[in-house]
Design a protein around this ligand. Sequence first.
Ligand code: DX5
Ligand code: ZN
Length: 217
Amino acid sequence: MVSNSLKLAPSILGGDHSMLAEAVRLIKAEGLTWVHVDVMDGHFVPNVSFGPGVVAALKKRYPDMFYDVHLMLDNPNLYIKAFADAGADLISIHVEPEYPVWETLDEIHLAGKKSGIVLNAGTPVGDLAPYLPKVDLALVMSVRAGFGGQAFNASALKSLSALKSMRDEMKLSFRIEVDGGINAENVGAAIEAGADTIVAGTSFFRSPKELKSAMGI
Ligand code: DX5
Ligand code: ZN
């Protein structure tokens, strides 16, 4: 049985984009260390967000934070070096697009970074299974990737508990992260189902203390 410490990774997608450093300052002021960065290419998802320059600038300003970078790209393999050089600490890649997933995980590790594999809403959780022995984190989307502020899809709870069982059966210890529509009302169910790493954008920046208290942190 794995017991990873419970972490809250606020998504700066939900912060004020005119002052992203202020968003990281607020995260740090809440006593948190993880910063979730949602990177979107306008192809894999119908939205465009932050590039490696944003990660580099934030890392320079707040070097002691842990940058959890979620790549929503058709070709994440082409951008590992850029995000690793920018200061990402963990780089997560989706299982859905056609690209060399194994080689990309190798590249993340060779760059000295932690890796994550991501399941979009609607993808069968079994698709993650081959990669689990190789990753540091598995991320379950509880909305369709692309936009902050969407409603939590409760079918993610099944994927979270299936992942937890797979982790126990395989005797692994990767973190289980959940991302999308998390708030003080549903975070308990996500933790109960198996999540130990919680991404929240909208609810964190609206009311960080309420979310932290619902998590018991
Ligand atoms: C979607 C993003 C969002 C985001 C979280 O692609 O990955 O899920 O960070 O935003 P909220 O908490 O607003 O759903
Ligand atoms: Zn994300």
